[in-house]
Design a protein around this ligand. Structure first.
Ligand SMILES: [Zn+2]
Length: 337
């Protein structure tokens, strides 16, 4: 059974149990923290992270994947301290988010892709930020600016690091401009097994044609921004998920919230106003009861928090390697308006 490195030491993948695949202990601008540390309250950040993790534990969560990387202020020591206090194993990432989803830092712009690949492989095989805690997966992002030259360079470097180490990839996407398809094309060109790839934030759209096209590539998709109604209201997220379950895709989806225990991108009050339900437990308190009501089974929901996440982390396909074409399922109800 594959072993997954976590902040609590390596774990057999199946022993991770109920896993939130996409939550952030901290999302911040690392340059601002370096230049003006008086703006940062590490104690409060620690306590907020502990509070969110404990709340998730109250719903039986036994592991969390934290996709913080360069540009998001990944801080393995914070995660280790939270694990120390709560016992929660946190699965760490390596990669580059991209400044404004557009640029690399000059450091990597002016160097060969191997400079990036070596950093990623270091985190995956040696440890993060001078610790022995290794990253378990790779992260990259494409958003509104699309596949800029630097974004493409990051994706190809992430793909190469995956090929070298076998690590799975989580790709932040923007369904509104269908970036997932471009991202999967790049990974395919580099030769990455699609079973290793999760296209995060696919649940931000109710465009079933786009999602079906994406699923044809063989990736896992993230229904992972519950609570962020500003991108797609909850009812539409649920209707889309239900339609995909009816089409036979329950084993291709993962559930999460992409919530941040601390987020410095906006003033705190603004986050509260924009996304009052955005936290580590919204899916358990609100979403899952609604999905059960709509006919999704407990077993299917469990798969979205366990089997499907573990399969992606282990880099194994649901039905052998390569894209899986499904027989036509019964026609799905269109998503509710
Ligand atoms: Zn995220």
């Amino acid at each position: 059974m594959p072993q997954i490195p976590t902040t609590a030491g390596p774990r057999d993948v199946a022993d991770l149990g109920k896993t939130l695949v996409h939550e952030h202990l901290l999302t911040a601008h690392e340059g601002i923290r370096f230049q003006w540390p008086h703006l940062v309250d590490p104690r409060a950040e620690h306590d907020d992270a502990v509070a969110q993790v404990r709340a998730a534990q109250g719903h039986g969560v036994t592991a969390i994947c934290d996709p913080a990387v360069l540009d998001l202020a990944r801080d393995v020591r914070l995660n280790l301290a939270v694990t120390e206090e709560t016992g929660m194993p946190i699965v760490m990432a390596t990669g580059i988010y991209g400044q404004h989803y557009t640029f690399l830092p000059h450091y990597f712009q002016t160097r060969e892709p191997s400079a990036m690949i070596d950093c990623f492989v270091h985190d995956l095989t040696v440890g993060i930020q001078g610790t022995s805690t290794r990253a378990a997966f790779l992260k990259c992002a494409a958003d509104e600016p699309g596949i800029t030259p630097d974004v493409e360079k990051i994706h190809r470097a992430v793909a190469q690091a995956s090929l070298q180490t076998g690590a799975p990839i989580m790709a932040h996407s923007r369904p509104a401009s269908k970036t997932g398809l471009d991202q999967m094309r790049i990974f395919a060109e580099e030769g990455v097994d699609p079973a290793k790839i999760m296209v995060a934030h696919t649940g931000d759209t109710d465009d079933l044609d786009y999602i079906e096209e994406l699923l044809q590539t063989g990736c896992t998709i993230g229904m992972d921004r519950y609570g962020l109604d500003i991108f797609l209201p909850n009812e539409q997220r649920n209707a889309t998920l239900v339609a995909l379950v009816q089409r036979g895709h329950a084993d291709r989806m993962v559930l999460s919230q992409d919530a941040c225990a601390t987020l410095d991108w906006f003033p705190k009050e603004m986050v509260q106003m924009m996304a009052p339900n955005w936290n580590f437990t919204y899916i358990f308190e609100t979403v899952m009861p609604q999905l059960l009501e709509a006919g999704v089974t407990q077993e299917q929901l469990d798969a979205m928090l366990e089997t499907n996440v573990h399969r992606w982390l282990a880099g194994a396909s649901a039905a052998g390697p390569g894209p899986r074409l499904r027989p036509a399922a019964r026609p799905a109800r269109p998503p509710a308006p």
